[in-house]
Structure formats: structure tokens, C-alpha cells
Design a protein around this ligand. Structure first.
Ligand SMILES: Cc1cc2nc3c(=O)[nH]c(=O)nc-3n(C[C@H](O)[C@H](O)[C@H](O)COP(=O)(O)OP(=O)(O)OC[C@H]3O[C@@H](n4cnc5c(N)ncnc54)[C@H](O)[C@@H]3O)c2cc1C
Length: 456
């Protein structure tokens, strides 16, 4: 077993079995009854307003922290199914040992202690809207406000409806865009690769982290090049061009990895045969030795289970007012992070900065203050184009909408389309600024991890 795998297993601990036992504590409010099927979660009572945040990712961590900062009297509970946080940002560098697992792994207990909220390790399974209760594997939790930040799930349906194939794709060729086991499998694939074609796919639609598949291709190619492997990273991109930081990535493909990367746009996949190891696109057929198949994404399925998902361009995402993040028809339930329908970049920085606004919005309600003015989330995204030496590119953008558009005063789900990029700048000349940008990758990550988890 390699050392990173050992460390990961040590950090993970054992899966906790579901225990639907009743606690002795009374409900936070007299009208909040547990349903017949579920028992109360074992949590202390409170007389204060309770906010339950589902999902301890970049969105949920930022929201929980902000609410507690602005409304210290609130009883904030972060419900998260994982035992520890593993960061997707920076994980591409971990694949080739540029950082160790400790750097991208963080402690939910530390975050909860530093920011004075409760981390509750459980899987959410449903909601009882009438009784304002989140149902979890560890019992029901009554809430005054509920925030859903559960991220994404994969959607393989554009490629195949064959469940056996989907199961094999998930297990044998995971995308590596939801952290944990998928990343470990991918790391082992890369580090044990003997040569030949390594396929990476880029999905269509607003997928999680637009630059990450291209960054990953560069990092893998750099690794193969250093090892002097006879190998090629084939990028099958469903889109007609690189979706972001195009100049920077295309020049890296051409100038650094001409013999190692083959970039093929307009590659909508028609079939994948895992026995003959062949991928067929509209235009061609590709043989591969290994691969990571990244399908389209959709809002996490728990949102659909709760009845809060709506279709935004083939992506079942939160049915929310895009300005207030409230679920349509539910004034005390919110959806944020990558599960939102707006065309913002599905990135950690975006979710973290958006979380400050959503947190303020809820804190102001609790504090009986006016709703805050809408604040644009910020996307600041660094991508490595090489690791030996380290070079990177970045993009910065905010978002805006037409303030004269009166219909947005009562914004509806359908208005998710009305937001556009603003204040966009980028640094894509890696030959000039690559070293400086690469250093910023680590200062960015340090700052964001500190923001979410606080001091050790
Ligand atoms: C390889 C890669 C590289 C990336 N690089 C960058 C980068 O450089 N910069 C950047 O800004 N972004 C980057 N991103 C994107 C970033 O990771 C995501 O946009 C971000 O994680 C979204 O935050 P979120 O909170 O919405 O979702 P997540 O971070 O996925 O969090 C959702 C959480 O909800 C939990 N959850 C889901 N369902 C349940 C349930 N039913 N019960 C309990 N818990 C549940 C999950 O366990 C998870 O912890 C990258 C992503 C990948 C995959």
C-alpha cells in the first residue's frame, strides 16, 4: 500500500452505521414534531433560532461560519456525511505528489470549534417541510432555517442508460471530480501507468470546475514526460474549444506537451466499450490503456429527493430565486454552492464568496435586519500548466445582471439565465507570469483553508 493511501485510510476511520435512536431532549419548538418514521437526532436543545446547513463543502462551511459570525445567538448545525474534508482544489497537484494528503485534508471538528457551530456527522435523507425537520441517517433535526449545499452528482445518462456500464465506469474509470476514493484510484492509475493512451473527457454544460480537466491533462502529461514514458494524454472535449483560459492552456498543450497531449474538441461520446477499451465519438474511434471518464454533472440528488430540483439545461439544480437563494415557495429553505442553477463557475472560490452573502442574508433575517444588497460571487481560479518547473495561469471574474430589469425584483428560477460575467481579468501568459502565478496557488489555498477551518 503506498503511503498516501495508508494516510487516507487512517484519516477516514470506519464508516459509522446508521443509528436511528431517540434522544431525550425536547424539541426546539413545540410545533416541531418528529415524523412517525424517524427519531430525533441526538443534539442539545436550544431556545435560539436554529440554522441547519447540509453539506460541509466550500459553500456550507462558508455559510455556517458567516451566520455564526453575524448572528452569534443562532444555533448552527453543519450536517456532513464525510468524516473529514478533502479539497478538490489542489488535488490535481496531489496526484503527482507536489503536495501531500495532509495539505488538502482538513478537520471538521476544528472548523466547528473555531467558529462555534456544531458539526453533525450524518447523511441527509429527506425533509419534512411542514414540521421543519431535516431527516438524516442519525435522526431528525428541527430547523428554523435550512440551507442545502450538497454539491453535484454525476449524470451518465447522455452516454448510456446501461446500469452495468455506468457502475463499471464509476468503479473502474472514476471521474475524479468528487473527492476521496475517486482521487486515490486516479492517482494510482497515473503513477502506475506504463505507456499508451490515457483518456480524459471534458463534459458539456456547466460542469464542476471548468479549467480542472485541462489542468489535470497538463499535470499528467508533465508527469509522463518526466518519466520519459511513451504515452499520450488524449483530451476528448465535448465542447467546441477549451472552455476557459483557452490561450494559456492551448499554448501549454502546444509548447510544453506537443508529444504528450492530443486535444480533440467536439468529441461528444457515442459509446464506450470497456472490454475492447474503445471510445467512439461522432468523428472518430480511440483505443485507450487507461482513462478517467468525467460525465456531465447535475445538482446533488438529495435536492431532487426533497422536491427542490428543477431542470436548468439538463442539470437538475436548485429551484431557487437566484437573488435570494430561497427555494421557490419556501421562505426558510435555501440552496447554494455548485447545486445552484445560475451559470456561475462551479468553483470553490465562487461557493465560498457566495456563502458570505447567503450567510449574511440568513443572519439578517434572524437579527430582524433589512435584507442585504445582492453581492456578486467572485471566481478566482489558478491552474497549474506545469509542475517541473511550476507554472500557472489564472482567471478572476465577478458576475452581474441588468439592474433595470424590473422582473428581477421578484426573481424566479427561470431568471438563472440573466447573470453574466463582469470585471473579468486573466493571466494566461505562463512564460511571463507562470512562476508568480504558481506561488499564488498555495497562498490562495492557505487563505481559503484558513477561512473555512481557522487556526489549528
Ligand atoms: C479536480 C478539481 C479541481 C478543482 N480546482 C478548483 C480550484 O482550483 N479553485 C476553485 O475555486 N475550485 C476548484 N474546484 C471546484 C470546487 O471543488 C467545487 O466547486 C466546490 O467543491 C463546490 O462547493 P460545494 O460546497 O457546492 O460542494 P462540495 O464541496 O462538493 O460540498 C458538498 C458537501 O455536501 C456533502 N453532502 C452531499 N450530500 C449529502 C447528504 N445527503 N448528507 C450529508 N452530506 C452531504 C458532501 O459530502 C460534500 O462534503 C475543483 C474541483 C475539482 C474536482
Amino acid at each position: 500500500m503506498d503511503s498516501s493511501k495508508r494516510k487516507f485510510l487512517a484519516l477516514s476511520g470506519l464508516a459509522v452505521a446508521s443509528s436511528l435512536y431517540a434522544s431525550e431532549s425536547p424539541h426546539i419548538k413545540s410545533n416541531e414534531k418528529t415524523t412517525k418514521k424517524h427519531k430525533k437526532a441526538s443534539l442539545p436543545d436550544t431556545k435560539n433560532p436554529r440554522v441547519v446547513v447540509l453539506g460541509g463543502g466550500w459553500s456550507g462551511l462558508s455559510i455556517a461560519k458567516t451566520i455564526k459570525e453575524l448572528s452569534p445567538q443562532a444555533d448552527v448545525i453543519l450536517v456532513e456525511k464525510r468524516h473529514e474534508f478533502i479539497s478538490c482544489p489542489i488535488s490535481n497537484l496531489w496526484l503527482v505528489d507536489k503536495v501531500d494528503l495532509e495539505y488538502i485534508t482538513h478537520d471538521y471538528l476544528q472548523a466547528a470549534r473555531n467558529y462555534d457551530y456544531t458539526y453533525f456527522n450524518a447523511t441527509a435523507i429527506g425533509v419534512d417541510k411542514k414540521n421543519r425537520t431535516l431527516q438524516t441517517s442519525e435522526g431528525d433535526i428541527a430547523f428554523d432555517y435550512l440551507v442545502l449545499s450538497p454539491g453535484i452528482d454525476y449524470d451518465y445518462s447522455k452516454w448510456t442508460k446501461d446500469i452495468t456500464l455506468v457502475t463499471r465506469l464509476k468503479q473502474e474509470y472514476p471521474a475524479g471530480f468528487i473527492p476521496g476514493s475517486e482521487h486515490i484510484t486516479l492517482k494510482n492509475k497515473i503513477q502506475n501507468f506504463k505507456g499508451g493512451n490515457f483518456i480524459l473527457t471534458v463534459p458539456g454544460g456547466n460542469y464542476r470546475c471548468l479549467p480542472a480537466p485541462y489542468e489535470r491533462a497538463c499535470i499528467i502529461a508533465n508527469y509522463f514526460k518526466q518519466k520519459k514514458l511513451k504515452a499520450k494524454v488524449i483530451i476528448l472535449d465535448e465542447n467546441n474549444a477549451v472552455t476557459i483560459k483557452k490561450k494559456g492552456f492551448m499554448s501549454a498543450f502546444k509548447e510544453l506537451y506537443a508529444d504528450y497531449i492530443e486535444y480533440i474538441p467536439n468529441s461528444a461520446i457515442e459509446s464506450i466499450d470497456l472490454d475492447t477499451k474503445t471510445v467512439t465519438t461522432e468523428l472518430d474511434e480511440f483505443k485507450f490503456e487507461d482513462a478517467a471518464f468525467y460525465p456531465r454533472v447535475r445538482g446533488a440528488k438529495i435536492i431532487e429527493t426533497m422536491g427542490f430540483a428543477k431542470d436548468a439545461k439538463d442539470r437538475m439544480e436548485g429551484n431557487i430565486n437566484p437573488l435570494t437563494y430561497e427555494v421557490e415557495g419556501e421562505s426558510n429553505i435555501f440552496i447554494a454552492g455548485d447545486a445552484r442553477p445560475m451559470g456561475f463557475s462551479k468553483s470553490g472560490n465562487t461557493s465560498n464568496s457566495e456563502g458570505k452573502y447567503v450567510g449574511k442574508l440568513i443572519a439578517n433575517r434572524i437579527n430582524k435586519l433589512k435584507a442585504p444588497k445582492w453581492e456578486a460571487p467572485v471566481t478566482l481560479c489558478f491552474s497549474a500548466v506545469s509542475t517541473e518547473p511550476e507554472n500557472a495561469i489564472f482567471i478572476y471574474t465577478q458576475y452581474s445582471f441588468d439592474k433595470k430589469d424590473k422582473s428581477l425584483e421578484n426573481a424566479k428560477f427561470a431568471d438563472w439565465k440573466k447573470f453574466s460575467f463582469s470585471e473579468t481579468t486573466s493571466s494566461e501568459n505562463w512564460k511571463k507570469d507562470g512562476v508568480k502565478n504558481a506561488a499564488s496557488i498555495y497562498s490562495w489555498a492557505d487563505a481559503l483553508y484558513f477561512d473555512m477551518f481557522g487556526a489549528k
